[in-house]
Ligand binder design. Sequence first.
Ligand code: SF4
Ligand code: SF4
Length: 321
Amino acid sequence: MRRHIQYLFLAFNVYIGVRLYLFYSYFLGRGSAYVSRPPSTEAYLPIAALMSLKYWLVTGVFDQVHPAGLTILVAAFLTALLWRRGFCSWICPIGTISEIAHRAGQRLGVTVRPPRFVDIPLRSLKYVLMAVFLLAVIGMDAPSIRAFVNSPFNKLADIKMLLFFLHLSTFSMLVLANLIIWSFFIKNFWCRYLCPYGAALGILSKVGMVKIARDENNCIDCKKCEKICPAYIDITKVKTVTSLECIDCLDCIRVCPVENTLEVKTARLNKVVGPRAYGLILVGGFMFLILLAQITGHWNTNISLAEYRQMVPNAARYGHP
Ligand code: SF4
Ligand code: SF4
């Protein structure tokens, strides 16, 4: 079920990418019919969303330029706070691409497990990146954030991201190719070492209302759970998986041969939550927050079509303020 959900979100991301391209093409006068801009593309503007989150917390004003970006960030943070880090392994399309690459690597027999002395410092990189972004945003005052949010650069940030991918420089191509190639060899390479978003979700997930618990009395120490774990967690050494690296893929539970040994349980009452129920509540809760944002007017941008008509053809001109 997890894989099906991942593929659905991945397909949806391809769909919104194509729509954004058609939206962009329309304003270039290439004869394409008008296609509305998909607000979900703002999911790929997490730093701007982080600034908007600070601005919202400080001033009470919700970003109207990229409200969907802020909504998606808040929804991901809330799911992590309440329901652990399943966003990474059930919803995020980058995690899905990493998994697909690694499965291909397994078929080719080229996968490796990095030694601990390499793995641990590399794992810290994503926390360093997260801290850099967090400190930069914390250091900005509300007027600076407002100026950034309303700048033409930010208004066109999704279009500029599209242009980045349409006109990849040799260096960018090399970086992207490296990220994909390394994912063939090392499980969840991007998520494990470099993703600051995942780092933040991991920290927030410590509060979660659920946990992954192992019953020591039932466990036969076959280590199947450890072999499949994408986060290389020593599951058999603990009663509860508390590692920040756990992405709640629940693969360990899927492969465990002894019933009722490895389970998702509510943190306080120890009630079992089946893996399917876990996934449905996670994805359902995430989608519910998106729907709520759409109903309450926290989804569509306030940038008018006239503004887009004037700005899009000149997108390359607007630099970072
Ligand atoms: S501990 Fe289980 S749920 Fe967590 S990452 Fe490893 S396999 Fe997935
Ligand atoms: S797969 Fe299940 S039985 Fe085997 S070591 Fe892990 S928890 Fe124990």
